[in-house]
Design a protein around this ligand. Structure first.
Ligand code: S3P
Length: 441
């Protein structure tokens, strides 16, 4: 790794084989940490992702007065306890809360802080400061929260909570679990039922976990409600493996001849494993097998093996949210498939850690694959004989999922590739390269 965080990724020496566990699910880890901090009493957590993003949530709740006692276990996950502020509320922090690269931390905090008489400035790194926030502040303002500047769409933003929140029914303009969660978390303290309607279903970890912390919650297709006010109580949460991390390993196994792997104890939440359904539709050898549930979160194994003939497919807009974070790696697989793959309704990719829509198009162009955008759709014309030309330098643009996507392309080719900003993998999956090496052995 160079000083600028660049890396040279070598082609794999051997097929990927065997079983592997991936770090705890990042979305569930954030919620376990944040909900424990809001609750009265001491929550016990295991399997929490030890990634930069989740560390941003941990630091934030410490600044707000929660007592965090988490340490690394033998598998590199965080385990331990968090004692929350409960009915007393958070303390006034003496400095802005820096959420680093983590949109989930920033947007969920806005909901958590809504009912309390604190004045908190939320900020982040350059990537996070370029991402839209008005989607969150708009419904919270309807509930009575104030923001400075009131019209701001970008961090830093200062939030002034409101002790008498109004319960609302809100029609979200886009499917966003971060927006949905912020509104529901504010709703925990509002008097009455707060309801969030979505144009299509975003991930539902909040709705599944809030009842464990004592919050009456109902959820249906494209709708979720909480009834407040309630004081959340402590809960014990075990976090299953991250399906989004598993997606990179499965894609590598599908592309590398001779490979056959199983990712064990991974989340099988249907809102998160759209990539398995998509890869199936491309003809890939991939299966998921349910083995149990942690709370209401299903988990099990995802097994994938090398697939000779992949073909393009179409992902309809109503399924887009279930592959939201996996589009870059699915695009890398689509680049090897016969025919055109279409991701419909893909515009949310523009406001991720970087503009992923453009980054996918630019990255694939470097290896001679045609990808383009038309309307809100992303098109990729695959090439089953794709060979990566020598000397390719990808730019991860500080985006962990792009870094791993370009790494998988390089590993499964015959020539090394250079990736600028590869060190961003630590945002979600610091052990990515070592897990690949374990499977390669
Ligand atoms: C997340 C929601 C998604 C996803 C992000 C994590 C969450 O964003 O892209 O990586 O944990 O709630 P949206 O808010 O756009 O759904």
């Amino acid at each position: 790794m160079s000083e600028a965080g660049a890396a040279t990724i070598q082609p794999l020496n051997a097929p990927l084989k065997g079983d592997v566990r991936v770090p705890g699910d990042k979305s569930i880890s954030h919620r376990a940490v944040l909900f424990a901090a809001m609750a009265e009493g001491t929550s016990h957590l295991t399997g929490v992702s030890d990634s930069e993003d989740v560390r941003s949530s941990i630091k934030a709740v410490q600044q707000l007065g929660a007592t965090v006692d988490l340490e690394s276990d033998e598998r590199g996950a965080l385990r331990g306890s968090i004692t929350g502020w409960g009915a007393a509320g958070p303390v006034q922090p003496d400095a802005p809360i820096d959420c680093g690269n983590s949109g989930t931390t920033a947007r969920l905090l806005m909901g958590m802080l809504a009912p309390w008489e604190v004045k908190v400035t939320i900020t982040g790194d350059d990537s996070l400061k370029s991402r839209p926030m008005r989607r969150n502040t708009a419904p919270l303002m309807k509930m009575g929260v104030q923001f400075e500047p009131a019209e701001a769409d970008r961090l830093p933003i200062t939030e002034l909570g409101c002790p008498h929140l109004r319960a609302i029914t809100y029609d979200a303009p886009m499917a966003s679990a971060q927006l949905k969660t912020a509104v529901l978390l504010a709703g925990v303290y509002a008097d009455g039922t707060t309801t969030l309607n979505e144009p299509s279903s975003s991930r539902n970890h909040t709705e599944l976990m809030l009842p464990e912390f004592g919050v009456p919650t109902t959820a249906g297709t494209r709708v979720a409600s909480v009834t407040g006010p309630v004081i959340m109580h402590a809960a014990d949460v075990h976090v299953p493996g991250d399906a989004s991390s598993a997606a990179f390993l499965c894609a590598a196994a599908i592309l590398k001849p001779g490979s056959s792997i199983c990712v064990k104890e991974v989340s099988l939440n249907p809102a998160r494993i759209g990539f398995v359904r998509t890869l199936e539709r491309m003809g890939a050898n991939i299966t998921d097998t349910r083995e149990g549930a942690q709370g209401k979160e299903p988990f099990g194994s995802i097994c994938a093996s090398h697939t000779q003939r992949l073909h393009g497919c179409e992902v309809p807009p109503q399924h887009f949210a279930s592959i939201l974070d996996e589009v870059p790696i699915l695009a890398a697989v689509a680049a090897h498939a016969k025919g055109i793959t279409v991701f419909k309704g893909a515009s949310e990719l523009r406001v991720k850690e970087t503009d992923r829509l453009q980054a996918i198009i630019d990255g694939l162009e470097l290896v001679g694959v045609d990808a383009w955008e038309e309307g809100e759709n992303l098109y990729i014309e695959g090439d089953p004989d794709l060979t990566i030309p020598p000397g390719v330098v990808f730019d991860a643009k500080g985006d962990h999922r792009l870094a791993m996507t370009w790494a998988v392309l390089g590993m499964c080719s015959h020539t090394p590739v250079e990736i600028e900003g590869f060190d961003s993998v630590s945002v979600s999956y610091p052990g990515f390269i070592s897990d690949i090496k374990t499977l390669e052995a």
